[in-house]
Design a binder for this molecule. Structure first.
Ligand SMILES: [Ca+2]
Length: 235
């Protein structure tokens, strides 16, 4: 375990050092790794940013507490006490990186304690005007998606109390992305409709209609550069 931690630390150091290398020379570089395994349990997570595997900001009113259960390893429990606003915890990339070329792979494990609305969304660094992708887990157990080009509609479903991995695989040179969930491919080659901006943040949180007290869990948020070879939704 100690060795693994050292390797992780080394990987993050290398990622930070490689932050300015052009795409193509740095495939597989980790831009963000947030697994919450070394965070104090039953406490609101800090906002130390990517170097610490923490969000860079948590919107006031969002509870974001590290819990030992129900996911297989410590995860982040998200909930709110007052409804009416979308409340995100926002993660950014090492070195404040904005990815404009090559492939970018975003993976995150999610688990819902009940059917309610919850979202994972991908934006530019520092602000949230560019909708590269928004994945919405709906109150009826569906998964829908929308981006700058508009809605894709309901493309899948999720089950209560089941841990699944969401994968968002961006092909920045093509302006498209693929969506995977629990190993199934939900969308391939979707054009996000954005040019002139890059991806620099992933946010998770509630929506304006989330019921206060509903609990969603996220874990193993991992953002890496791809190698640009696989173009059909497989990583
Ligand atoms: Ca974990």
């Amino acid at each position: 375990m100690k060795t693994l931690q050292h390797i992780c630390a080394l990987t993050l150091s290398l990622a930070a050092a490689a932050g300015s290398v052009h795409a193509g020379d740095d495939s597989g570089v980790v831009l963000l790794e947030a697994n919450f395994n070394d965070k104090p349990l039953d406490q609101q997570i800090g906002t130390g940013g990517p170097e610490l595997g923490e969000p860079i900001s948590i919107f006031p009113g969002l509870s974001a507490i590290v819990r030992a259960a129900p996911m297989s390893t410590p995860s982040l429990e998200l909930s709110e006490t007052a409804t009416g606003m979308a409340l995100p915890a926002r993660f950014e990339f090492l070195g404040g990186e904005e990815v404009t070329h090559g492939d970018l792979n975003i993976h995150i494990r999610i688990e819902a304690a009940q059917n309610d609305t919850f979202q994972v969304y991908v934006r530019e660094p520092h602000t949230a005007a560019q909708n590269f992708a928004t994945i919405l887990f709906t109150g009826s157990g569906g998964i829908s998606a929308f981006d700058q080009n508009g809605t894709i509609g309901v493309i899948g479903s999720y089950s209560i109390g089941v841990e699944r991995e969401l994968g968002l695989l961006f092909h920045m040179d093509d302006g498209t992305y693929d969506i995977k969930f629990g190993g199934a491919i939900l969308a391939t080659g979707r054009a996000h409709g954005i040019s002139g901006h890059g991806i620099g943040s992933v946010a998770v949180g509630t929506t304006s209609t989330t019921t206060p007290g509903s609990l969603f869990y996220v874990d193993r948020l991992r953002v890496t550069r791809g190698d640009g070879v696989f173009r059909n939704g497989f990583d």
